[in-house]
Design a protein around this ligand. Structure first.
Ligand SMILES: C[S@@+](CC[C@H](N)C(=O)[O-])C[C@H]1O[C@@H](n2cnc3c(N)ncnc32)[C@H](O)[C@@H]1O
Length: 340
């Protein structure tokens, strides 16, 4: 395979200028200028040749090219229609032997082409859930090396082609945690992830119970995966430079900690426990349990002290509490039965 050249600072700026891209804060558009950072992300993701990787927010294509260089087949989900339209051209210019093969909506039933013009006021508006458009780049053997889906990642419920095994992304900062949780929930083929997020968010994702930064994202991500902060990335490698540093987080999928309780019930307990962070669980969970006496009973049944606070409980503890609450709840009367 001939060498792929990664994007450097001058080329990124030139690309953006030619396409009339003015990075917007609303969409967390901070593009990576440094090929060394791109290669570090790909390396830490343990991407292997031939693997299907999903990237959320490919932007101008820095990381996409790094993933292709490692031999991955990439499905990239980008909300900004101008960036999504530019990406196949950029990739075709850097990866020898690839051609823009098809804009194949037919493979994705129910999806339609979006208007490709960039709304003038995009910078000032929150993104709308837009219908999706898909473009595929194939190599000489017909293998889909890059699939670009133009859509808000939060609304993606299915991806074209084989299921991806890794999520590798420089996530848009304003929606990084919801995107991460959504993808872990919807795509159980994802065995691992390597995401770049704001340093402070990385701390929260990887925080153990009892630490200052442990909170809702830590407990919820732990339902799906172990999370480890692996590196700090200084703001100087981005254009435009953000106000804070970033960090890389490695995620490794694991079995959910409880099989007899739903993820939704556990997350409801997590949300309630942290809604009033300083409260003891017996008071914080009174709402979900029905009363503080019922909350106290469930926390005890889970083997925990009702005086502990949410910040001291791991996801296994939250799952046990949800189980105890479920066991204590009267079964919903079915059709034809008469409630006493
Ligand atoms: C931090 S930039 C990363 C760009 C590129 N991957 C890089 O590293 O240079 C985030 C990207 O996510 C895109 N984005 C923002 N919100 C999105 C969403 N809800 N769904 C999909 N893409 C989104 C932005 O347009 C932007 O391209």
């Amino acid at each position: 395979m001939s060498a792929i050249t990664l994007l450097g600072p001058a080329e990124i700026r030139a690309l953006a200028e030619r396409a009339g891209v003015r990075p917007t804060k609303t969409l967390g558009q901070n593009f990576v200028l440094d090929a060394g950072t791109v290669r570090k992300i790909v390396r830490q993701a343990d991407v292997v040749a031939g693997e299907r990787v999903v990237e959320v927010g490919p932007g101008l294509g820095s990381l996409t090219l790094g993933l292709l260089e490692a031999g991955a087949d990439v499905v990239a989900v980008e909300i900004d229609p101008v960036l999504a339209r530019l990406l196949p051209q950029t990739v075709a210019a850097h990866v020898p032997g690839l051609t823009v093969a098809d804009a194949d909506e037919s493979r994705l039933a129910g999806l339609s082409v979006v208007d490709e013009s960039r709304p003038a006021d995009l910078a000032d508006t929150a993104p709308h859930p837009a219908p999706s458009r898909t473009v595929v780049l194939r190599d000489a053997d017909g293998r889909a090396r890059l699939t670009v889906v133009t859509q808000d990642a939060l609304t993606v419920t299915a991806l074209p082609g084989p299921p991806p095994t890794a999520l590798v992304a420089n996530l848009p900062y304003n929606v990084s945690v919801p995107v991460l949780l959504t993808f872990l929930e919807r795509f159980d083929s994802l065995e691992r992830g390597l995401v770049m997020v704001q340093a402070e968010v990385a701390d929260r994702l990887a925080a153990p119970p009892g630490s200052r930064t442990y909170g809702i994202p830590s407990a919820k991500v732990a339902w799906y995966a172990s999370a480890r902060r692996t590196a700090t990335v200084g703001r100087a490698v981005f254009w435009p430079a953000p106000h804070v540093d970033s960090a890389l987080v490695r995620l490794d999928r694991r079995e959910p900690p409880a099989a007899t309780v739903s993820r939704q019930d556990v997350f409801a307990v997590v949300d309630a426990a942290f809604a009033q962070r300083r409260k003891m669980l017996r008071s914080a969970l009174a709402g979900v349990a029905g009363s503080s006496a019922a909350a106290e009973q469930a926390v005890r049944a889970a083997g925990l002290d009702p005086q502990v606070r949410g910040e001291q409980v791991d996801v296994v503890g939250f799952a046990r509490i949800a189980e105890a609450l479920g066991a204590a709840r009267p079964a919903t009367p079915g059709p034809g039965t008469v409630a006493p």
